[in-house]
Design a protein around this ligand. Sequence first.
Ligand SMILES: *Cc1c(COP(=O)(O)O)cnc(C)c1O
Length: 333
Amino acid sequence: MNFTKFPRRNYLQGSTPIESLPSLSKALGAGVNLFVKRDDLLPGAGGGNKTRKLEFCIADALAKKANTIITCGAVQSNHARLTAAWSAKEGLDCHLILEERVKGSYKQEASGNNFLFELLDVKSIGVVAGGSDMTAEMGKKADELSAAGKKPYIIPGGASNPIGATGYAVCAEETMTQLNDMRLVINHIVVPSGSAGTHAGMVAGMAGVNGNIPISGINVSRTKDVQEEIVYELAVETAERLEVRGGINREEIVCFDQYVGPGYSLPTDSMVEAVKLFARTEAILLDPVYSGKAAAGLIDLVRNNHFPKGSNVMFLHTGGSPALYAYMDTFRQ
Ligand SMILES: *Cc1c(COP(=O)(O)O)cnc(C)c1O
């Protein structure tokens, strides 16, 4: 794929590692060999997947001569944290609109990512009720800033538009190059599926390099049908942007929704188990909202023999560990 056609910054500093997880694989005892792609180790304050997307989104903002970034997310959003981080690095102002998806969950003095927003010098935080029209809320903020003489640029939630998802097509190509270099056969890839840019970009990129490795998404908020449709549409748009021949088949988009629990960001027992298991067997920190629930899905699928014995399965670790510090009580219970 030719990524040089698009404005792009240079945030990556090379490939993220692909590591084997022998202790975790043994602990699960299902004869599946687990591997992890460490996108939690991406550069950007606190690490995580949004750096790949922001490499393209912030470059687009700069190409359009913006001096102010507006984005949105949940109250402990990793995306908001990384947008604030890269904005700070680029000398851009950053404004956040936070959606209180769980009523009463925003606390100005909260730890985790919320504390980092402040440290990274976010210029304003607007908190709106769950279910608000975030596009409209960001539009209002943009009008206000334009009237004050700024040049705002809106990055959608999770940077999950075709511009941001292009960052995960890069990841798919990077992964295939690494697997070829390592002579490592991976039979299946498991990814968290949230605002969908990661999942859709991986699918589009895998098609672009003809990698033919099935990718499954583990949902963190929506039902299977709804999420698969969102991922599919974004994968199709991203593949078009990248001029991937042959396009995307609907059947390639597979999501599992049985690990969401009571709702987005609300803890589940299997998430707590997954976070503890990854920490204690492989010294890898997950997060409570995304990678923890996705890993709970991975673990359950392995235990239930979803993958044939002897398979090599790669988990895409999207990061998020700074959010752990806002959930300490959940893990101490
Ligand atoms: C945003 C996020 C995800 C989900 O990625 P999407 O592209 O929004 O689907 C997964 N893990 C972490 C840690 C995230 O911050």
